[in-house]
Write a new protein. Sequence first.
Length: 295
Amino acid sequence: MERQKVKPKEVPKEVKEKADKELEDLRKELARLKVLRSQQAKERQEAIQEAGTEEITEEETSEEIEARLDKIEDFLTSKLGEIDQTAYKQNAIQIEKELQEIELEIIREKGVVVREISTYELLLNDYPWLEEKRYVFMFSLPNKKTNLKDYESWKSEWSKVLFDYARYAILHILYLRKLESDKPFSNFEDRNSALKILAEELVNKEQAEWLSKSKEKLRVYWKSLDNWAEDIYDWAMEISPLEPILIFEIRESNKAFNTLPNNDIIKIFKILEKDKRGQIIKLDDGQLSFKIKIE
């Protein structure tokens, strides 16, 4: 009598969905990197288009990654429904390992892209005159007494550059002495005087404040504390709505607010408490935390 074939166990739906989601997340990340690289190619100035070989290598790397993803996708879509659970488990370890390797390669590519697009290059997109020879006069400080109009125009334009420099670099505190060696400010004829004038202009516009009597340390508010409060509240609701949020947890997050000064974080806690979104809690060691109010 012929033995009856055992019907293979179908792969559980949740196993399929998990693999599909991992693949989709990686594809989205790869697509984002391609868009970023495409924008980068269009926006870069001649001065930053020298690394032609590097860019070709990166493009080839992306194509290799995409080919490997396609191969995995072919397996998941065309074969997964036809094989049994035992066969899937045998392949699952290899698939997961391959996905992890691809993810690491994408992360490495992301690092390359981030390093290549410097703060100065981002500024060039908004202020192309920074490298135009006919605007070389902008690096000289106009005489306030004899050319008041030029002085005011110069101060207004350059204060925007300084503000956006902090925003693009995601810096909340600027040290003027350090800026003297950073582009584009390193090109000033009188760097010390020029930077102090521009910093003072931001203070007058209420976009910044001095943090030191010597006027060497400037806090730039390229995003208001109210907006930061919204960001921190949303993040806290997402990661731990039932537990108090500690300052060190904010520091360890990969969000733009992780470098906010401690005083600002405490101010944000007070803003949220005033808005009745939670309560400030003093810990045994004297540190402050914030407990979200759950409706």
